[in-house]
Design a protein around this ligand. Sequence first.
Ligand code: APR
Length: 245
Amino acid sequence: MNNEIKAASERIKSAQHLTVFTGAGISVESGIPPFRGESGLWNKYDPSILDLNRYLYSPEEVWPVIKQLFYDFFSNATPNDAHRIIAKWESAKIVKAIITQNIDNLHQSAGSKEVIEFHGNSNYFTCTENSSHLFATGEINFNNSFPKCPKCGHLVKPSFIFFGEQIPSEAFTASSFQATKTDVMIVIGSTGEVVPAANVPWEAKRNGAYIIEINPDISTFTHSITDLHIKEKASKALSQIDNLI
Ligand code: APR
């Protein structure tokens, strides 16, 4: 393992435009379960719970699960060392941008600024009838059978992306821009099973980037685009690399 850590630190130190791509795995050590794998949420819940039409047409059935899966879990989750080290590297101008699939806001809470949220975030709700009615999460009453617009009473939708929903165009464009510029991308804690998010490291690879993967397991990236796989948890691997930077 020390060889991989040393090799990763050399690549990171010599990178011209280092980027980081993260998935649910980076937040596991903050107490937020991943979606797939042994303790994955999709072992307990049907992923169709995140289908947009299901939310729009039977919110009273879907909302209690979404509330528990995301808002209850997130409310007391705090950044772990992995989030903090990435934020430290960004303020030291080592990391140029973070592209995350996560909606838990932990990169921002750790101090990261250039965070591209490919699947949106959990900070806002928008009215499904009047898109000008936009509310911070704290303004929404979570005790109704489903979240209602404080202005007109219609269903409001969280600001994260449901299955079947368009990726925010600005996130899509910004991610693609980073994938063309980056010469080293660190891919942390993702199975790479959900597209188009998982296409970002592939696009980086096609543009000549060196891919460092940090994941205790293998993913769809490992035997295809990964150049250096550090089979370790995110916080331990990043702490060991950070000691050499
Ligand atoms: N450190 C690093 N990686 C970890 C850790 C850890 N401590 N613990 C688990 N992992 C790895 C797992 O091995 C797995 O490869 O994190 C990955 C988590 O995979 P997923 O749960 O599939 O997460 P992700 O790839 O982000 O899912 C993509 O699927 O359901 C949708 O919208 C949801 O954004 C999510 C998307």
